[in-house]
Write a protein that binds this ligand. Structure first.
Ligand SMILES: [Ca+2]
Length: 415
């Protein structure tokens, strides 16, 4: 116990002594600090007193200089702001110029392409022009060739006529020899016939060229006969075999009259089936049909081959070639049909005669899509018995029609 009390007394003494020491140390520091501060203030006052005028001058100079610098700096800032503004404008312009340059580049590329296209087109045009010149030359050569062909055809025509005449002369010569013992009068008659037969006839209208005269021709198997030629409707060398212009001639006729022909060669007429047979069987012919309505509109149908049979075969429409034209192929159903008149029924209608119903002679089937020999009316009417061409204006009557034939000329140039 005594040891314990003694140790506690030592700890309390130790604490007391430590507190005393700390207090004395703090007091010492405080006294030292107060003494140093008073020394410092004394030095500062002295220094200020000694350099106050100089420091004032330095302070004033620095102040003035600082203001000038601030003003200069402000100016620089303003200038910098202006320059930045100009720079922004310049950048904007640069952007715009770049865009313009890009646009110009694109435009230049387009123009280059355009120039290339124009150059290509020009080249093509030059090529086409050269080709056209060549084609023109070729066309001229074809025309010359066509002229030679026509001239050759005419020469052949003359040769055929001379051959016919030679046959006739030979026949007359043989006849002369047989009748050598005849009387002088009989010999005179025979001589006059010989002179008459010495005349050389043409066998078509080819030699008539562009004229539209009435000429006398002769074909094998017939006596000479007159025909109207035409060089205006479809070119040169055509012969009119049927014409309707007014109602002055009645076309509702019988078999015999259609066989020999009737009417006025300068107006309305039909050439006759027998002559037509003789002509178209002696050499190839083409057929041209001219049509005009009451509004003066003109159309045509053309067939590159045309031939009819003899009376023994009822003048059958034996050959009808390829159609061309703008009136339509209204003879489509008439091919191989026989000719029918009111007194000779050769059509395909069992219960009736088409010629009676249609007031016409024609190559009827049951019956037909054309009626060019029908009844003439002075104005347009819708009449089955009238003159009409179905493929153009059905059964509405026409103002004028003509049928023409021409010996076929093998040609690439058509009229
Ligand atoms: Ca019948």
């Amino acid at each position: 116990m005594r040891a314990f009390l003694r140790a506690s007394f030592d700890i309390e003494m130790y604490r007391y002594l430590c507190a005393m020491f700390v207090t004395i140390f703090i007091l010492f520091l405080s006294v030292s600090s107060i003494s140093a501060s008073e020394d410092h203030w004394d030095d500062q006052a002295r220094i200020e007193k000694e350099c106050a005028p100089y420091c004032l001058k330095v302070f004033l100079w620095n102040t003035v200089n600082m203001n000038q610098k601030i003003e200069a700096c402000d100016k620089k800032n303003v200038q910098m702001a202006a320059l930045q503004s100009q720079l922004a404008v310049s950048k904007a312009k640069e952007t715009m110029y770049e865009k313009t340059i890009r646009d110009k580049n694109v435009q230049c590329q387009n123009e280059d392409q355009l120039y290339a296209d124009v150059s290509s087109i020009k080249h093509k045009i030059d090529h086409m022009a050269a080709q056209t010149r060549n084609e023109s030359k070729l066309f001229e050569l074809l025309k010359q060739l066509e002229d030679y062909r026509v001239a050759l055809e005419l020469k052949n025509e003359q040769i055929r006529s001379l051959e016919t005449k030679l046959q006739i002369s030979e026949y007359l010569f043989e006849n002369c020899k047989a009748n050598f013992t005849s009387t002088p009068a009989a010999l005179m008659i025979m001589d006059s016939k010989r002179v008459a037969h010495l005349k050389v006839y043409e066998t078509s209208c080819l030699q008539a060229g562009n004229s539209s005269d009435i000429r006398e021709i002769q074909v094998p198997g017939t006596e000479p006969f007159r025909v109207p030629c035409d060089g205006t409707i479809a070119g040169s060398g055509w012969m009119v075999i049927q014409r309707r212009v007014d109602r002055s001639v009645d076309f509702n006729r019988g078999w015999a009259e259609y066989g020999t022909g009737f009417g006025d060669l300068e107006g309305n007429f039909f050439i006759g089936l027998e002559k037509l047979y003789r002509m178209t069987s002696s050499r190839p012919h083409e057929l041209y049909i001219y049509l005009e309505n009451f509004e003066n509109e003109i159309r045509f149908a053309r067939y590159d081959n045309f031939s009819i049979a003899s009376e023994e075969d009822a003048y059958q429409l034996r050959v009808l070639g390829k159609y061309s034209g703008n009136a339509g192929d209204a003879l489509l159903l008439n091919r191989n049909m026989k000719f029918t008149t009111f007194d000779r029924d050769n059509d395909k209608r069992d219960f009736d005669n088409c010629a009676i119903e249609r007031h016409s002679g024609w190559w009827y089937s049951q019956c037909a899509r054309s009626n060019l020999n029908g009844r003439y009316f002075d104005r347009e009417l819708d009449k089955w018995e009238g003159i009409w061409w179905w493929n153009w204006q059905e059964t509405r009557t026409l103002k004028s029609v003509q049928m023409l034939i021409r010996p076929t000329i093998n040609s690439t140039v058509t009229n």
